[in-house]
Design a protein around this ligand. Structure first.
Ligand code: WTA
Length: 649
């Protein structure tokens, strides 16, 4: 259904018809220099760029707007504070519906960020330093992120659901100098002891010199003398005011690092740089959601993930939008919380994840019926494939059949939306993300590296051209970037996703083709999970696979070879689940733990995960040929153990 949003042309690069899309797409493909120079010209530069794009796939070196100088916060804040100081920038809604909302117009948000920037400078943070941020979803998180950008410090936000160990790994990898945290976080009826987790993590983090503690719940927390500082006290220091000026940054200076899981080893710090990320997040925000001035936009993600970085903070603020951030949960105090929020704040654009939709459908499918939700005009989905049932419920029950729905495919590495309908303009089709953004040239490959030329095809999704928002490096390990993304298909960026292309050129993402799981929209590497399980003294080996889960999208099934040494299965199981929570975080707890006598291995010792996946998917009849296994008999034992594990639950 095409929706006429009226052509206001608030953004000169906003596409408002299919004809304009086709034209932009062709131009961006054939003459990217001219296309992106036109878009970039609408930002404020301290010094213009010398070259639009430089790219070398072989060494995985890319640069956009090289030679240019800017500060991204001048574009996200000062520019709007100057032209429309009273326009609402950030609206915050607390976990507890009884707590008052907080609102900041552009003039106020700029002031708050300046003060925070001044505070960080006064505490010794300099251009090029890395700052760890482990905060709940409070406005101070937005101030901290933007304050880092203002003074040229690299922010590294860690999601509040990660454990002390996972936090320590991330703080160490990025050599963070200062950490911003809170006493505790509210999460529905519970609290999470953030400061306590930071204290445990810092036992392992020699680089951290200072900790700023924002008092969110008012809990008494121990403060280490000389290291820990109360945010409120530090923030109110008059000296901050004059120190909040923006640093001059090079286009390719790193803006932030954000950790994400891959198929091997430890999570990697994906590094995004300044100018390209700025251009890409703004361009995609304005086009995918068809944002119009005055619209209230609500993205339900956590700023601990890329969606929050790009589409709660940077994209919307760069576009001068009103962005709503929510501290709480969709189902607390009850499962109508989001619908109430949409009505309370007159939300026009609502961006969320399929896993949340599925869990709300399961809890209270009729929930949205009691709400008119009249303000809504655009819905967005992100993070995992959206199944048809969730798509239709979103469109009909939440959107009342009159909203555009854009399913947006992208990744931490891509910085912003890559394949998606431009809301109300390009075709939407359930379970298909659709057409690529201008500048994005997706191709499909078979496993031998042949390009699939037929219009209708299914294969591994790769990207042929560089784009402004692409990741530039992996923190401290550029070779890992080259190997992970640019070596499987030389000359292309490999996404790790499988994809089906229809004859009309629409793309449907079918899920990861590597050993990465997507559990409730959270990316987890099977290797990371196995490493955690193998830490247990009684475990000699483990293998983790995903299986379809009605709410989480994928569930985690862990097969472990363990010597129970006199303990019951239940005792060891509890220890293993606790261990995973401790090493990674509660988000990584396996759904199924299967004690097996051995793993299915080939004669060369390779674990045949295909077999383990089929058993976890309860498709034992489709196991295929097991005769190449070293010990084909082990399969029967694993099947039996699987049935047992399901009964144990
Ligand atoms: C998956 C989240 C299908 C995909 C922005 C990708 C999706 C991974 C979609 C990246 C979508 C994301 N449809 N699958 N609309 N969006 N994915 O880095 O497998 O947390 O590779 O970035 O999520 O997850 P990440």
């Amino acid at each position: 259904m095409a929706i006429n949003l009226g052509k206001m042309n608030a953004y000169p690069f906003q596409i408002s018809s299919m004809a304009e899309y086709n034209e932009a797409y062709q131009k961006a493909k054939e003459n990217p220099e001219a296309f992106w120079a036109d878009v970039a010209a609408h930002f404020q530069w301290i010094k213009p760029w010398e070259s639009v794009v430089e790219s070398d796939f072989a060494s995985a070196r890319f640069a956009w707007f090289n030679g240019g100088q800017l500060n991204i916060t001048i574009n996200a804040l000062d520019r709007h504070a100057h032209t429309k100081p009273d326009a609402l920038a950030l609206v915050w809604e607390a976990n507890d519906p009884k707590e008052a909302s907080r609102r900041f117009n552009y003039a106020e948000l700029l002031q708050h960020v300046e003060r925070t920037a001044g505070m960080l400078r006064r505490l010794g943070v300099k251009k090029g330093d890395t700052v760890g941020i482990y905060l709940p979803m409070v406005p101070e998180l937005v101030f901290s992120v933007l304050a880092c950008a203002r003074i040229g410090a690299i922010h590294s936000v860690v999601f509040g659901g990660f454990s002390a160990q996972a936090l320590a790994d991330r703080l160490n990898d990025a050599s963070c100098k200062l950490v911003v945290t809170a006493d505790e976080a509210f999460r529905g009826s519970k609290t999470i002891p953030l400061k306590d987790i930071v204290d445990q993590a810092l036992l392992l983090c020699p680089s951290v010199e200072r900790v700023l503690v924002f008092p969110r719940t008012g809990a008494e927390v121990p403060m280490a003398k000389g290291r820990d500082l109360n945010w409120v006290e530090a923030w109110s220091n008059k000296g901050n005011e004059t120190l909040g000026y923006p640093e001059t940054m090079e286009a390719e200076d790193p803006l932030f690092s954000l950790y994400t899981s891959g198929s091997t080893g430890k999570p990697k710090g994906v590094v995004h740089t300044t100018a390209g990320y700025m251009v890409w997040t703004t361009y995609t925000f304005v086009n995918a959601f068809q944002y119009q001035p005055g619209d209230v936009y609500f993205c339900t993600a956590d700023i601990g993930w890329i969606t929050g970085h790009s589409y709660i903070v940077y994209g919307p603020l760069l576009a001068g939008a009103t962005t709503l951030m929510f501290e709480g949960l969709p189902n607390w105090p009850d499962s109508n919380r989001w619908w109430e929020l949409i009505e309370k704040h007159g939300v026009n654009i609502f961006y969320t994840a399929p896993t949340a939709l599925r869990s709300l459908m399961a809890e209270n499918k009729q929930g949205p019926e009691a709400f008119a939700l009249n303000s809504l005009k655009t819905l967005g989905s992100v993070g995992e494939p959206i199944n048809s049932e969730a798509w239709h419920w979103f469109k009909d029950a939440v959107g009342k059949g009159r909203c555009a729905l854009t399913d947006t495919w992208w990744q931490t590495e891509t910085g912003g939306i890559m394949i998606a309908a431009l809301a109300g303009i390009s075709p939407e089709f359930p379970t298909y993300a659709g057409l690529p953004m201008p500048g994005i040239v997706p191709v499909l490959m078979d496993s031998e590296g042949n390009l699939l030329a037929a219009a209708e095809a299914e294969g591994n999704l790769c990207l042929e051209k560089p784009w402004p928002g692409m990741l530039r490096t992996v923190f401290g390990d550029h070779e890992r970037l080259r190997q992970t993304y640019f070596s499987a298909y030389p000359g292309y960026y490999f996404t790790g996703d499988g994809c089906l292309r229809s004859k009309e050129g629409m793309h449907r993402i079918t899920g990861r083709v590597d050993d990465v799981l997507n559990v409730s929209g959270h990316r987890l590497g099977t290797a990371e999970l196995e490493n955690a399980l193998n830490f247990h003294p009684s475990v000699s080996e483990s293998a983790v696979v995903g299986f379809p889960h009605p709410i989480k999208g994928q569930g985690i099934c862990a097969y472990v070879v363990a010597d129970l040494a006199g303990q019951t299965r239940f005792e060891t199981k509890r220890e293993l689940l606790d261990l995973v929570s401790k090493i990674i975080g509660p988000i990584a707890r396996p759904d199924l733990l299967v004690f097996v006598p051995g793993l299915p291995k080939t004669r060369s010792g390779k674990i045949m995960r295909r077999i383990l996946r089929k058993i976890a998917e309860e498709q034992s009849e489709a196991l295929g040929d097991v005769s190449t296994l070293l010990d084909p008999e082990v399969v029967k034992a694993i099947q039996k153990a699987f049935v047992q594990a399901k009964e144990d639950r």
